[in-house]
Design a protein around this ligand. Sequence first.
Ligand code: SF4
Length: 405
Amino acid sequence: MTLPETTPTYYRKGFGLKAEVHDTLAADYTGRLVDLLRQRDYMLSMGGVTVRLAREFGFCYGVERAVEYAYQTRTKFPDRRIFLAGEIIHNPHVNEKLREMGITFLRSDGGDFDYSAVEPLDVVILPAFGVTMHDFETLRAKGVVVVDTTCGSVLNVWKRVDSYARNGLTAVIHGKYYHEETRATASQVSRYSGGRYLVIRNMDEARIVCDYIEGRGTREGFVAQFARAASPEFDPDRDLLRVGVANQTTMLARESLAIGEEIGQALARAHGADYRAEHFRTFDTICSATQDRQDAVEALLREPLDAMLVIGGYNSSNTISLAAICAAKVRTYHVEDATCLDVGRGVIRHHLVGASGEVETADWLGTAEQISVGLTAGASTPNNKIGEAVARVFATRGIDASDIV
Ligand code: SF4
């Protein structure tokens, strides 16, 4: 789907304007407190409050590249109308900055984006998650300038899914069927006639798939359950005989591995080990940035912590995965940004893992004289936003973080 870099209306390797956008990016996203945490072995203490930061957190390489590329695009095309297909990443502050730069966000109704306002001289930026084959082809047909920031790790998943479809395997994708990345990934099968996909959200859904493979469950029930998460005309009797498993890059790594294994075992139980060897593939396509952040938070959770603060968009898949890991071990608050910490009232607004909607918790830091708060942030959270949250943790106990030098 990607075109050679030489195509004058298609860019995916930057414009050589790194130096030009460096200072603006630094001003928009770096944070003093995060720099200080790094210098102090990821820990700051004052007035009985200790904040410990995971050693891998925040902006990943794919997000850094996508955001920088968007800034470069504005510099390269100062007089052109610039559109963005959806959100560059799932962070409201970054998206707001892009809006302030005059970039227009295109909306979708959960399906394809509405490109009706886009004209041939316009520039359209594709986000780090990528877009579907259909969206990509629509833009190419319009002849607009396309700036493609799709992350290399997402492209790797696409290659995997492409090879499954090419070899007649149904791509079973551990992910969220409505997530931009997974929609783009699933669309890769449409290159091949007979290409099929099925998106499964979690181990519960994987078990439904396994049951069907082993002859349990009804066809109607299965089709109804996965109506929105499967390729058109998905037939479980035909399409679960040869399977390749992949995953959205930001899922919980251990769950993805377990799902792959579970489906492989179901095929072996249903048809035998030789059949499994021939007709089943599984490949961990969690990206290294997601893996590193999950490993780092596991390491942090081995420290004595009273609570864990996880910062990132409520619709950020990798942030949700981090919160799930933390919630299994310690009191965890998933907040969108520092404004969720209401210092005056001592209240925190947050998401509970596995639930939707914000809740408020009072006295979230408790009354113990010494308190240790762990902190991590999703791959779309910039350092300045992490720093603001750190300052508010201290402020909740009446400590001015600017006194920490
Ligand atoms: S989370 Fe992973 S796949 Fe997504 S943009 Fe970051 S590095 Fe790329």
